[in-house]
Write a protein that binds this ligand. Structure first.
Ligand SMILES: Nc1nc2c(ncn2[C@@H]2O[C@H](COP(=O)(O)OP(=O)(O)OP(=O)(O)O)[C@@H](O)[C@H]2O)c(=O)[nH]1
Length: 441
């Protein structure tokens, strides 16, 4: 993916790593090489100048933290600034107890219909009940394509093959789904019109009828700079809340993705990486940049920098030990346990879990941990931050999404609560000691 950009950035890093010493000239050369790499990949000129200026200023002026070499620090700066350019990770914020409406926008061939079906499957797997409205009245094959793709994930598609009035279809579709217990309705729209202004005016009408909770712009990752104008035109008509970039598997230059995000101020949420229904990935700026720069090459630098900073762990540790642990912290602990592999030692020292397990029950416990991981992964960001939000409909959804029965979800919540209150009671003393002994904090 994005081979050109990848190779050019990696070459720029190699020059820094291989150099015998770092001086101003070399930093300027790095900045120029990064500039060239980004411009060749169609990143907007203004953005390129901004980011490379920042890389230069930081590389020239910042003193590396003790333990990190100057070269490593510069690689880390490059990584940080590229990730910053791509924004923060963001996810859907569905409200429970209502039908959340998402409208898919984008020009013909951007991959809208494919993404709609991919997203329907993805959300179904997370436990949401999803319905789809096919309102692309321009391309005759769109409804059939949507139905065929959604059939496999048992998602119902509402469509009217003989009706050319798409706002009407959306209205009827919403009425049809109204009485069904759906969490999310995805609306696929047309991307083809004789003139752009006709397309935008149709989108405006659909927007009025649908009153969507979120408009998602689908952009073809191979089209480069035109992304900016396209995204801007849609955004003026319907405020874009999230972006999905498709075709990042093929000859995408990738810069267009960044341009679209900049034009709308909206975050890239997912990326399409192939034609199959499962080729959809949640977009993570840091992972994306990691892939570009070659995670293998810079992983050691990042690990070292993280250990030196360790701010995240410290904050987390403080939160855990003050009894304010959220589900993410609980999950983090589970992850660390499986990573370290010393479940027994960990549990012996962990209030709330210590009494739960005897030697011969360890295998059972390991199974439980992996089961809980699935359950926690089916929770929304909101639920993980505040597990007190949990009610029976959320539990039902999580159960559906994770594939584990509701009583298992309740069991996890009970354990989380126990662990949290025990931690509060012991003021985290034991926990701090355990984590420190294991090398955290
Ligand atoms: N390689 C690759 N191809 C994709 C991806 N997403 C979509 N496509 C292909 O791109 C083409 C267009 O996709 P559609 O989903 O039909 O596009 P659309 O935006 O709905 O088009 P209109 O209905 O004309 O508006 C199809 O051949 C898809 O298989 C992707 O992530 N990678």
């Amino acid at each position: 993916m994005l081979d050109g950009l990848k190779n050019n950035l990696r070459d720029a890093i190699k020059k820094i790593v291989k150099s015998s010493g770092i001086d101003e000239e070399l930093i300027k050369e790095l900045s120029k090489n990064v500039q060239r790499a980004l411009l060749q990949s169609d990143v907007n000129v203004r953005l390129v100048l901004e980011i490379t200026k920042q890389i230069e200023i930081r590389s020239l002026n910042e003193t590396p933290p003790p333990g990190l070499s100057r070269k490593d620090h510069i690689v880390k700066i490059l990584y940080d600034e590229l990730a910053k350019l791509l924004g923060k990770e963001s996810d859907f914020d569905f409200k429970s107890g209502k039908q959340n409406k998402l409208i898919m926008l984008g020009i013909q061939g951007s991959g809208k219909t494919t993404v709609t079906a991919k997203l329907a499957k993805f959300l179904t797997k997370q436990g949401y009940s999803v319905g789809v409205i096919g309102a692309d009245t321009y391309r005759p094959g769109a409804l059939v394509q949507l139905r065929t793709m959604c059939e496999k994930s048992n998602v119902e598609v509402y469509g009217e093959p003989n009706n050319k009035n798409s706002p009407d279809i959306v209205k009827n579709g919403l009425k049809y789904f109204e009485s069904l217990p759906l969490d999310v309705i995805l609306i696929d729209t047309a991307g083809r019109h004789k003139e752009e202004k006709d397309l935008l005016s149709e989108m405006e009408q659909i927007n009025k009828v649908a009153e969507p909770d979120l408009a998602i712009l689908v952009i073809d990752g191979t089209i480069g700079q035109q992304c900016f104008n396209q995204a801007e035109a849609f955004h003026k008509t319907i405020p874009v809340g999230g972006i999905i970039i498709t075709k990042l598997d093929s000859s995408a230059k990738g810069g267009g993705a960044i341009a679209a995000s900049a034009a709308t101020g909206a975050q890239i949420m997912y990326i399409g990486t192939g034609e199959r229904i499962d080729d959809l990935e949640k977009f993570s700026p840091t992972r994306f940049v990691g892939r570009l720069l070659g995670m293998g090459d810079i992983q050691a630098v990042l690990d070292l920098a993280k250990r030196l900073e360790n701010e995240g762990d410290d904050v987390r540790l403080k939160r855990i030990s003050s009894g304010k642990m959220n589900m993410d912290d609980f999950f983090y602990q589970l992850e660390e346990v499986t990573k370290v592999g010393s479940l027994k030692g960990f549990l012996d020292n962990m209030p709330g879990l210590s009494g739960m397990v005897k030697d011969d029950q360890l295998d059972q416990m390991e199974g439980r941990v992996s089961k809980w991981r699935f359950i926690i992964q089916s929770m929304t960001k909101e639920e993980k931050a505040d597990p007190d939000l949990m009610n029976s409909s959320r539990i039902k959804r999580i159960s559906r999404g994770s594939g584990w029965p509701e009583h298992e979800v309740k069991e996890l919540l009970k354990n989380y609560k126990n662990s949290k209150s025990m931690m509060k009671a012991s003021k985290g003393r034991q926990m701090q000691g355990t984590l420190r002994r294991m090398g955290f904090g």
